[in-house]
Design a protein around this ligand. Structure first.
Ligand code: SF4
Ligand code: SF4
Length: 303
């Protein structure tokens, strides 16, 4: 028996880069990793958040007067929220005439989400697409994810799970039994550097990838390529050797880094560590592709 409803932060329709053909992508909220290059920082924190978009504020102070917890204050130029006091009642979101307060995340029942997914079934039937569960980290809400996967399976909808692979192996295998294809992130082969850049080691992740492969589960690797983080020839070689020893890798998606999420980080009051300095050159992208292909891997470039 589940106590709480699952938490999501978005549903994206007509997605073309989240698995085969046209997808509906459901984003779970909450992730145990802290990759500084994350393009979806709104998916990092668990549970509902309320944020202020200062550029929209016209200074009317309606929200200050309407907040039941006295969590909002106006200093003459900007509104600020005391997160300790805020009870997430969302009054400010409803009151603000300029939509300067935004709720990030929402709870929904399994059937509500299934209802959203099935609206797109004609597109899936025509294109051969389906649903992709992403995040955040969908495996962090594994029981809810499983229920959604099972319901979509009953409806014969193709199911992808987009994951960091950071989960207990028995849970991953249970999810795999109801998943048609994994989009599996592989960020760094060195355990220490993986921990430095993402907050967790890679031992569990590499082990899980090997287990999926041994069980014949279809996997696409997602490799986010970042200058000076994981783009050295030695590192790409190590990745190529590891992946070429696995049996069920469809191909590698090479994801070229862009620092486009700065505004999202500012809105969420999270430190924005994204930086153009991590963007790779076309030469490095080309070299990486050739090094991986030399290990017999098929590489798709995602810009
Ligand atoms: S209600 Fe909206 S526009 Fe008015 S002060 Fe609050 S945030 Fe600004
Ligand atoms: S969500 Fe509710 S408690 Fe929190 S700042 Fe807005 S009005 Fe106040």
């Amino acid at each position: 028996m589940l106590n709480e409803l699952p938490t999501f932060f978005d549903i994206k329709r007509y997605a073309l880069h989240d698995g085969p053909q046209i997808r509906t992508t459901v984003f779970f909220k909450g992730c145990p990793l802290r990759c500084f290059w994350c393009h979806n920082p709104e998916g990092i924190g668990c549970g509902l958040e309320v944020v202020i978009v200062q550029e929209r504020c016209i200074g009317c102070q309606e929200c200050v007067h309407g907040c039941p917890e006295q969590a909002l204050s106006w200093d003459g130029t900007a509104i600020s929220r005391d997160d300790e006091r805020c009870s997430l009642c969302l009054n400010c979101v409803e009151i603000c005439p300029s939509l300067a307060h935004e709720a990030v995340g929402y709870q929904a029942t399994i059937e509500e989400i299934v209802g959203e997914i099935t609206k797109d079934q004609p597109f899936f039937d025509q294109s051969g697409g389906g649903v992709t569960f992403s995040g955040g980290e969908p495996l962090a809400q594994a029981e809810h994810l499983l229920m959604l996967l099972k319901r979509c399976g009953e409806l014969e909808i193709h199911r992808c799970v987009d994951t960091s692979g950071y989960a207990e192996t028995p849970i991953l295998l249970e999810v795999a039994a109801h998943t048609d294809l994994f989009l599996f992130d592989l960020k760094h082969m060195d355990g220490g550097l993986h921990k430095k850049h993402t907050g967790v080691g890679n031992e569990q992740i590499l082990h899980n990838l090997e287990v999926l492969s041994k069980n014949g589960v279809s996997v696409r690797i997602r490799f986010p390529l970042l200058a000076s983080i994981n783009d050295s020839a030695a590192h790409v070689e190590a990745m190529g050797r590891f992946l070429s020893g696995l049996g069920s890798i469809e191909h590698v998606d090479l994801l070229v880094y862009h620092d486009l999420a700065g505004a999202k980080y500012r809105k969420l009051k999270r430190p924005d560590l994204t930086d153009r300095a991590y963007s790779v050159t076309a030469e490095i992208v080309d070299r990486t592709r050739r090094l991986l292909e030399a290990h017999g891997l098929t590489v798709h470039l995602e810009k």
